[in-house]
Design a protein around this ligand. Structure first.
Ligand code: ADP
Ligand code: ZN
Ligand code: MG
Length: 488
């Protein structure tokens, strides 16, 4: 996109996000939602669509979507019904998907999204409705297609935005906000790569200042936040090219090819009437009253942005650090538990906890592809470790060395330090003896140092640290070394 194009044209974007709910069982039967199971293991006559079976609504699906509706400032409909969305596909055994059509349970909300420059943009939420997932067709076996119905009937919510976004950056910011909310609410794991969060992007372009929107195109098949942004950019460019050439934009569905970074046409878009929606006769209407809403309201925790801002205010952390620590609720919880158990709670020790989490903890999480709970690190152990550095029992170096051993350990840092004799050496006489020994052992370096190569100071200190196996107190070594080199 050339700047001239962007000065002339305005992109318009609306997103439809599917979020898979973290309920234990499926939407309308008691099959497990767990995916690691063997193909077609989590199925029963209901989700297989056998004649004569009746669906029964999973109450947690309602609870989860109401949490989402309240967190996105939606109106909650006191009485909503399900509808059948009819289409034929091998992975849809019933021949229809249970969804909501004219009466989505949540509607007319909004989200205030923070953009890169820190400004806030309000994005309207048209509706959020409940539906079930289809199965999965597997085409990896040559001419044969296999069908796995473990996913058939897994509960989803669909969050439909107003066409309020005006750039791919805004779409990206909106999606990250949705992810933060669903994960904080504990209703979805938010993993786009694994498909628990899926996004269809609707995009059009118009001349800036034009009174009406242009023809929209729907883009599918993006499996990461970055790819949504790339897909939007390439689609905006394609549409501007068409308009510039005087060609029409066709109402169709495009697929994003992540390797080539371009969108290509998949099919012309089906219209709602193609689905022959009609009310689901086998399910009762969903009714929610004020008492239920009050109850669900208590299940909504402090959300990410509020928590980040509180971390800045309460813990005097830089906003960047607070953002990193609160990106995942489990990490933010861990940080706060560790902080509470600090014996001496100072800005310095709190920052030390934050640094440990942002450094060693997160590095291990990404290396092992584990979340903070799976690491099996006790937050109390981290605060004790930081306490040991602060009271100079151990050096930073030793703390880093023993840190990996704390994972899954029942021994506390103190016990590990004692068992391995890692207590920091702060005995001046002993340290001075080592300092003198190192100076005596390195006459060549000493000569160069005295001749003006003062950066050899680090070499001498390093040798002492090495000789003490990292146990010497570094500040004391520095001081003693300075004294002794002057005299030498
Ligand atoms: P459809 O009838 O094709 O389902 P909807 O009006 O229900 O279309 O909108 C579907 C999605 O497309 C919504 O997220 C909406 O914000 C977005 N959308 C609607 N019109 C446009 C447009 N002209 N340009 C970009 N996005 C749009
Ligand atoms: Zn089932
Ligand atoms: Mg629609």
């Amino acid at each position: 996109m050339t700047p001239a194009h962007l000065a002339k044209y305005e992109p318009v974007i609306g997103l439809e996000v599917h979020a898979q709910m973290l309920t234990q069982s499926k939407a309308f039967c008691s099959c497990s939602t767990e995916f690691a199971a063997a193909p077609n293991h989590n199925t029963c006559p209901i989700c297989l669509g056998h004649p004569g079976t009746l669906p029964a609504l999973n109450e947690n699906l309602v609870r989860f979507i109401v949490r989402m509706g309240l967190a996105t400032n939606c109106q909650i409909r006191p009485r909503s019904i399900f509808a059948r969305k009819n289409y034929f596909y091998p992975d849809l055994p019933k021949g229809y998907q249970i969804s909501q059509y004219e009466t989505p349970i949540c509607h007319d909300g909004f989200l205030d999204v923070e953009l890169k420059d820190g400004s806030i943009k309000r994005i309207g939420i048209t509706r959020i409705h409940m539906e079930e997932d289809a199965g999965k067709s597997i085409h990896d076996f040559g001419a044969e297609t296999l069908v796995d119905l473990n996913r058939a009937g897994v509960p989803l919510i669909e969050i439909v935005s107003e066409p309020d976004m005006r750039s791919s950056d805004e779409a990206y910011a909106y999606l990250t906000t949705i992810k933060a909310i669903v994960t904080y609410l504990g209703i979805c794991d938010g993993n786009m790569e694994e498909g628990s969060l899926r996004c269809d992007a609707n995009v059009s372009v118009r001349l800036r200042g034009a009174p009406k929107f242009g023809q929209k195109v729907e883009v599918k098949n993006m499996n990461s936040f970055r790819n949504v942004q790339r897909a939007l950019e390439s689609e905006i460019e394609r549409q501007i090219g068409l308009v510039e050439a005087g060609e029409p934009v066709i109402h169709q569905t495009m697929l994003f090819d992540a390797n080539k970074g371009v969108t290509r046409a998949m099919r012309t878009k089906e219209e709602a009437h193609d689905y022959r929606y009609f009310p689901e006769p086998d399910l009762l209407p969903v009714t929610v009253n004020a008492a239920y809403l009050d109850e669900v309201r208590t299940e909504i925790p402090e959300l990410q942005r509020a928590r980040r801002d509180r971390f800045v205010a309460d813990y005097k952390l830089p906003i960047y650090d607070a953002g990193v620590l609160t990106a995942e609720k489990s990490v933010a919880d861990f940080f706060e538990t560790a902080t509470v158990s600090l014996t001496s709670k100072t800005d310095e020790s709190i920052k030390a906890i934050s640094n440990f989490i942002m450094g060693d903890v997160m590095r291990l999480m990404s290396e092992r592809k584990e979340n903070i709970l799976q690491l099996k690190l006790q937050p109390q152990h981290l605060s004790e470790l930081v306490g040991l550095i602060q009271d100079k029992t151990i050096s930073n170096k030793i703390a880093k060395d023993i840190f990996p051993d704390l994972l899954g350990s029942t021994d506390s840092p103190k016990q590990i330090v004692e068992k391995r004799g890692l207590v920091q050496v702060t005995d001046t006489a002993a340290l001075r003896a080592t300092v003198l020994e190192i100076i005596a052992k390195n006459p060549g370096q000493l000569g160069q140092f005295k001749a003006g190569k003062t950066n050899l100071f680090g070499f001498f200190v390093g040798q002492v640290m090495k000789a003490s196996q990292g146990k010497a107190n570094p500040e004391m070594v520095n001081e003693l070394m300075r004294e002794e080199l002057e005299k030498a």
